[in-house]
Write a protein that binds this ligand. Structure first.
Ligand SMILES: Nc1nc2c(c(=O)[nH]1)N[C@H]1C(S)=C(S)[C@@H](COP(=O)(O)O)O[C@H]1N2
Ligand SMILES: [Mo]
Length: 401
């Protein structure tokens, strides 16, 4: 299915949909791994993070960071596909080219971007479609992320639509291709490009040069990246150097082959039988992650404990987060923050209680959005080859002492 047809469809929650006839029982899921191993070396502008690879850099944010609405830049996760990332970019010389089916090709400098266009801000969650992939069993190919391939930031930049208006899109043009500046180590790998349909460009789609009030960290796409609130981050191209407007959709390696799920109602398949048709992952499903306490923490019997975490979805907005302390038999509402960062940002939640019994205690968090979509239990999530869109109810296990 073409992306254009796909994004016109309403968001679907993985696992919430009924099983189709071709659907699987064989692949299962469990809780994602909770990797506590933080590297003792750090990349520039980053604190030590959970490190899967340093070339290309693959860094995960530890769970305890998910108690605040905005993720600090130096703890924000990092994902690159290709190792040959430019090692130096001169902000005074850098330009973004806009070309193809436009009346006037542009080369926009950073200074022009900051001074000649209306400046806008949006708080939005950036989440890899493969976040929590380690939950899938058998193993789905790709980085075995825990829950930390996500973060939320306040992005500042310029509407992509305003840039295209300045260039003047020619009649008949439908697509634009946004390219990152890094290169593959081997020539066979295609450039990292994302194609957007012009209809996708609402006011929230921006070319951002700032994140939480500072220049983008180098590893998060300095000097400019695409921000598409509510959408999985394979589309949020970093280090953009070129935008081409076209009337044709090119088959793209990363978007059409890598970041796809089965194109059936449950978005599921079995390890043995791949569903033949796929569609790109797009709008994020509803999810929550507990930031405190974390697995293995000790809570004191009969004294006040406050569970804290973050919840988000693809932009409908969070309605409630519910907490269970009895394995999902009963649920109580957590308290949500005011929501002033908007519907694309994390809603932080907290829930106070006093542990009543010594020993092991499981704390579960389930977010429900304004469309009534909710997180399924880990065991009810359906399997897919790419290990995408995991959004099982989060569970941490603590010890009451
Ligand atoms: N240029 C470029 N942009 C990219 C990628 C990439 O490899 N190159 N990876 C994408 C994917 S799959 C993810 S998950 C996010 C990660 O963004 P971050 O590193 O800022 O967390 O960037 C996206 N944009
Ligand atoms: Mo990703």
């Amino acid at each position: 299915m073409k992306r254009r047809e796909f994004f016109k469809k309403a968001a679907v929650t993985a696992g919430a949909a009924a099983l189709g006839t071709t659907a699987a029982e064989a692949g299962t899921t469990h809780q994602p791994i909770d990797n506590r191993k933080i590297s003792d070396v750090a990349f520039p502008e980053k604190r030590p993070l959970i490190t899967y690879s340093d070339r290309p850099p693959l860094l995960e944010t530890p769970r305890e960071v998910f108690t605040c609405a905005l993720t600090p830049n130096d703890q924000f996760f990092v994902r690159w596909h290709m190792p040959d990332i430019p090692t130096y970019i001169d902000p005074d010389k850098f330009t973004i080219s806009v070309n193809g089916m436009v009346n006037k090709a542009l080369k926009i400098s950073l200074k022009e971007l900051k001074e000649d266009y209306e400046q806008v801000e949006v708080a939005a969650v950036l989440q890899c479609g493969g976040n929590s992939r380690s939950a899938f069993s058998p193993t789905a190919g790709g980085i075995q992320w825990g829950n930390g391939a996500m973060g939320c930031a306040l992005w500042k930049g310029v509407r992509l639509r305003d840039i295209l208006d300045r260039a003047g899109v020619k009649k008949g043009a439908e697509w634009l291709a946004v390219r990152g500046s890094e290169k593959a180590a081997y020539y066979e790998t295609p450039d990292f490009i994302r194609e957007l349909h012009l209809d996708e460009l609402d006011d929230h789609v921006i070319i951002a040069y700032q994140m939480n009030g500072e220049d983008l960290p180098y590893l998060n796409g300095f000097p400019v990246r695409l921000v598409i609130p509510g959408v999985y981050s394979d589309s949020w191209i970093k280090m953009i150097d070129n935008i081409t407007v076209s009337d044709k959709y090119e088959k793209l390696f990363f978007m059409d082959h890598a970041y796809v799920v089965p194109d059936n109602e449950c978005e599921c398949e079995t390890p043995e039988k791949k569903f033949p048709k796929t569609k790109p992952i797009y709008r994020m499903n509803v999810k929550s992650v507990i930031g405190y306490p974390t697995n293995g923490d000790k809570l004191t019997l009969k004294s006040q404990a406050v569970v804290r975490g973050v919840a988000f979805d693809g932009g409908a907005g969070i309605k409630t987060v519910k907490i269970s302390l009895d394995g999902g038999k009963t649920w109580e509402d957590a308290i949500l923050d005011s929501g002033k960062l908007g519907r694309y940002a994390y809603r932080t939640f907290r829930y106070s209680f006093k542990p009543k019994k010594l020993g092991k205690l499981e704390i579960m968090a389930k977010a429900i959005n304004k469309l009534g979509e909710e997180q399924p239990l880990a065991k009810d999530i359906k399997w897919n080859h790419g290990g995408y869109k995991y959004n099982g109810i989060d569970v941490v296990t603590v010890e009451v002492v």
